[in-house]
Design a protein around this ligand. Structure first.
Ligand code: SF4
Ligand code: ZN
Length: 318
């Protein structure tokens, strides 16, 4: 086979050379291969059942756009119902673009789209919180607040629209980073929760699924571009030099020399996970799920983290 020929169809315009399996693919075969792989993951891991309503967390970034586009194939075949939600945290100069792309993509695919902003729901923005945090001696990081409120919105929205599944765009890079990070930190509690889907701890939480878990980040970007969608590459200005980033750089660099490393990390983890889980769960004395006395949401404490943060923020901002 000559170098620049698609290994599937023989067409001469190759858009990708997959070093991990030797394939060279043209645009059309590449897109089919990504869609086929994701749909196979969904089937094999039983991520959806016929008739499910799936809510997609659509940030407007490449991962969630690819996810919506692929799940739309199942919507068109009338296997699932599909809706999307975009959260606007109020991050000037960054989030507006994501929201615009999310709106366009949902419209183009004919998917019902919800936008929830921190400003409308909580009466503050992440920018506003960070402005107040900067006056503190030890300012909290934006993601600490952002993550808690985003989780709450996703969970409430999934319940409001009666979604059976909440789908997120986590890719192979994200997942291998999580595996390695939690392993190196000795965080078994987090490790046993890494997977294709969450297990229902409480019926007030909608099950989360990750259909893109076996697709490398680079290929998702290419898939979105080859599908004719706009890609929002800018990063959040509050994303910081975290341990996750260090691990991500390490994995990307290692992949250059060892192209299959992310797949072997993921597959190896999937093999040992049942044993870790069994042992861990047998010795697990976790706290039962309670109900927050302030907002009625599920919580492991009397007052949930979101309500605690809300009070703290009101005091800071007012
Ligand atoms: Fe929020 Fe942090 Fe993500 Fe920015 S990087 S959107 S602050 S969680
Ligand atoms: Zn609460």
């Amino acid at each position: 086979m000559t170098k620049n020929v698609c290994t599937q169809c023989g067409y001469e315009h190759v858009v990708i050379h997959r070093k991990y399996n030797g394939q060279r693919l043209c645009s059309s075969c590449f897109k089919k291969s990504i869609e086929g792989k994701v749909l196979k993951t969904i089937k094999k891991q039983k991520l959806v059942t016929k008739g499910d309503k799936v809510l997609v967390g659509l940030s407007g970034g490449k991962d969630s756009v690819a996810l919506l586009k692929i799940l739309n194939i199942l919507k068109e075949k009338r296997i699932i119902e599909l809706e999307a939600v975009t959260i606007d945290e109020g991050i000037a100069g960054y989030r507006e673009e994501g929201v615009r792309i999310a709106k366009d993509v949902a419209k183009e695919l004919g998917v019902k789209h919800h936008i929830v902003s921190f400003a409308d729901k909580y009466n503050f923005t992440i920018d506003k919180i960070m402005e107040a945090e900067q006056k503190e001696e030890h300012p909290q990081h934006a993601c600490t607040y952002c993550g808690v409120f985003r989780r709450q919105i996703f969970n409430q929205m999934a319940r409001d629209v009666k979604a059976d599944k909440l789908a997120t765009g986590h890719n192979l890079d994200d997942e291998t980073q999580s595996i390695l990070m939690n392993y190196l930190e000795g965080n078994v509690n987090n490790m046993v929760r890494i997977g294709y889907k969450t297990e229902a701890r409480d019926k007030r939480f909608t099950q989360k699924i990750k259909p893109l878990r076996e697709i490398p980040e680079k290929e998702i970007g290419l898939y979105v571009l080859e599908s004719g969608f706009e890609v929002h590459f800018d990063g959040c200005p509050y994303a910081h030099e975290s341990f996750r980033m260090e691990i991500g750089d390490f994995l990307r660099e290692t992949t250059l020399k060892h192209p299959t490393i992310m797949y072997s990390t993921l597959n190896g983890f999937e093999k040992i996970k049942p044993a870790i889980k069994k042992d861990y769960m047998e010795n697990f004395t976790g706290k039962p799920n309670k109900t927050c006395i302030k907002c009625g949401e599920p919580s492991s404490q009397e007052i949930c983290k979101s309500c605690k943060f809300l009070e703290k923020i009101q005091n800071k901002i007012n």
